[in-house]
Design a protein around this ligand. Structure first.
Ligand code: ADP
Ligand code: MG
Ligand code: ZN
Length: 628
């Protein structure tokens, strides 16, 4: 069972009450007015008589028909101060009264009251009652059958999971690098602030905006920024939170959310990961009329149920717009789609500037250099990167983040934690040849991305690493570049084989091989870059579970399949031969760089190229360095 506040409350409350009665139990038979002058300490009857005889007792109050007494007496143990005790009296002690009279001690008898009995009775009953109630609730909860619509509804309602932020505090200035998306959404702010401007000319204000993009690109942030700029409340819920164990809960949450939103209009409703509820209906495994469909139907109904000018705008986020139900995307619902992509180099620079605002950076750090080094990083990655760098800086007890911390943080974010370098050994030498093989082949091929650095410091799974400066800015990749990448990926294995012989090659190339096989296969089946001609033989496969695109998989005959295999093999063999040839022809410089690498652990790209240039021509790759 999932943790829930309801269960917690259900069980703590009785526990507290029961605890209270056990505690109360000690006085359960004592009348209420005795409680206020009740003494904490008890005294035996014998001791009481002793005190009486030695004239220490000053007053006696009798309770319960003379069965209990509160005795005030001078305590010799603590400097003769007056103390109070509680004494249980024997049932028949008639001589006591006469003794008290004789000693002229003030005494008083208090009448018996009935509260005691009532409290006692309640105390005895409360435990079974609570137990039964508790069991009843527990039973109702764990029952999988809904006990009728009313019950399920109130259930979803009291457990509403959406959050409301009256003020998000996020402004458009905090969102950087995704200018197009921002511009599109700027208009939404105007809708919220001045709806009259649009309604006056008869325009219908859009109800829903769908933000589409990979995780971490700032979709949530954008939605909050809209609310922040417009100064309206922000309701958020994740699609997965609609769907629960109970049938009908999702739908009732949707109703509840919209009701709250209407009460607080103008406002923004943000539905994160809408694909969790908004998938194409009637598809996939499980099919039919399930909980998710009911939730989606409710969502559609609610979206139709309010007019555009009520001032509620629904923003949803997803990274799978292709699986969404088409009913969600028709005009009048999420009729605007805004794409939020991973930022380009300029965007990264802007995002870095936003997140560098509250960080102490050494003046030598250039954010441009970081932006250049981090292709493919999303806004969340960059924020994380700067944070990691700041943590490293603090750990190294420096005052400001320097380039070294940034570099280490990038490496760490991309390739994992740093390990300890191997001691000089045959396997270290082999790893060095492997990495220098990648780097050398990459440097000598005109179409390959330039080497950024080679290192023997292990990271994550890798024993050594060769970093290239990827060239992301030109979206299209040529056949020559793909082949260069395959050759470069084979450079490691080629060096192992050329230097140590075919029998000595290692498993270290496993990852390389997997990667390059995938590339070679795609060249044949998707990009038409082989003798099979410009045909697309395989589409990118979606998950069967999603049910939408699993029937669109291309089919081809066995004969074609074996021709595909032959073509893939031919590409890889050609590249492998080329890689081995390059290593053999440059054996001298390879050996020299390996020695240097074992000594220094890391060589940067510039130095690498300079050494290679002493022996052979190095192609110029200026065109690969991304421009700002
Ligand atoms: P998503 O919802 O797209 O998965 P988030 O909006 O939750 O991504 O982003 C997570 C964090 O990453 C944000 O809180 C912010 O710190 C940072 N971030 C992401 N994109 C940007 C951006 N474009 N500009 C500034 N910061 C960003
Ligand atoms: Mg998000
Ligand atoms: Zn490798």
């Amino acid at each position: 069972m999932k943790f829930s506040w309801r269960v917690l409350v259900l069980w703590t409350l009785p526990a507290l009450v029961i605890g209270f009665f056990f505690w109360q139990g000690a006085f359960a038979n004592v009348p209420a007015d005795m409680g206020k002058n009740a003494a904490n300490t008890r005294m035996t009857y014998g001791r009481f008589l002793e005190y009486l005889d030695s004239d220490r007792v000053t007053s006696v109050d009798l309770f319960e028909g003379g069965r209990t007494a509160i005795v005030e007496a001078v305590d010799p143990d603590i400097e003769n101060r007056i103390q109070r005790w509680r004494v249980d009296l024997p049932i028949s002690a008639p001589e006591l009264i006469s003794k008290l009279k004789e000693k002229q001690i003030s005494f008083d008898a208090h009448p018996m009251r009935n509260d005691g009995a009532i409290w006692g009775l309640l105390g005895n009953l409360i435990f079974p009652i609570l137990l039964i109630t508790g069991l009843f609730f527990l039973f109702r909860r764990s029952s999988n059958l809904p006990g009728g619509p009313g019950q399920a509804m109130s259930f979803g309602k009291s457990r509403a999971r959406f959050q409301m932020e009256a003020k998000t505090g996020v402004k458009f200035d905090d969102v950087a690098g995704i200018e197009e998306a921002k511009e599109e959404l700027q208009e939404v702010v105007t809708f919220l602030k001045q709806p009259e401007r649009f309604t006056a000319v008869g325009a219908r204000i859009p109800k829903g905006v769908l933000l589409v993009g990979p995780p971490g690109t700032g979709k949530t942030l954008l939605a909050k920024a809209i609310a922040g700029e417009a100064g309206v409340p922000f309701f958020s819920i994740s699609g997965s939170e609609f769907v629960e164990m109970f049938v009908g809960v999702g739908a009732s949450r949707v109703r509840d959310l919209f009701k709250k939103a209407k009460d607080n209009a103008p406002c923004i409703i943000f539905i994160d990961e809408i694909d969790a509820v908004g998938r194409q209906r009637g598809a996939g495994i499980g099919g039919g009329n399930d909980e998710r469909e009911q939730t989606l139907n409710q969502l559609l109904t609610e979206m139709d149920g309010f007019e555009g000018n009520t001032g509620i705008i629904i923003i949803a986020a997803t990274n799978r717009p292709d699986v969404l139900d088409s009913a969600l995307l028709r005009p009048g619902r999420f009729d605007r789609q805004v794409t939020v992509d991973a930022p380009d180099i300029k965007g990264r620079l802007e995002i870095l500037s936003v997140h560098a605002r509250n960080k102490k950076l050494d003046p030598s750090v250039s954010l441009e250099a970081i932006a250049r080094r981090t292709p493919g990083f999303t806004g969340a990655d960059l924020a994380n990167l700067l944070n990691e760098a700041a943590i490293l800086t603090a750990r190294r007890r420096k005052d400001a983040i320097t380039l070294r911390e940034i570099d280490d943080a990038v490496d760490r974010v991309v390739a994992g934690m740093e390990g300890t370098p191997l001691v000089d050994s045959k396997s270290k030498r082999l790893i060095a040849y492997h990495e220098v093989g990648h780097a050398l082949v990459g440097t000598l091929l005109k179409d390959h991305d330039p080497v950024q650095k080679v290192t023997l410091i292990p990271r994550g799974q890798a024993q050594g690493l060769t970093w290239f400066t990827p060239n992301e800015e030109q979206g299209l990749i040529s056949r020559g570049q793909l082949k260069a990448r395959i050759t470069g990926a084979l450079g490691g294995r080629a060096a192992e084989e050329v230097v140590f012989g075919a029998a000595e090659v290692t498993t270290g190339a496993g990852g390389d091989l997997q990667q390059l096989s995938g590339m070679a296969r795609q060249m044949v089946t998707r990009f038409g870059m082989s003798d099979l001609g410009p045909l697309s033989l395989e589409s990118q496969q979606g998950e069967v579970f999603l049910g939408r695109d699993w029937t669109t998989r291309s089919e081809y005959s066995e004969a074609i399949a074996s021709r595909i295999d032959a073509q893939v093999r031919a590409i890889v063999e050609e590249c492998y031969d080329n890689a081995k040839k390059l290593i053999r022809e440059n054996r001298t410089v390879t050996d020299r760089i390996v020695d240097l690498l074992i000594e220094k652990e890391t060589i940067d790209g510039e130095e690498f190229r300079q050494i290679v240039a002493e022996y052979t021509d190095v192609p110029d790759k200026a065109q690969y360095v991304p421009q700002l």
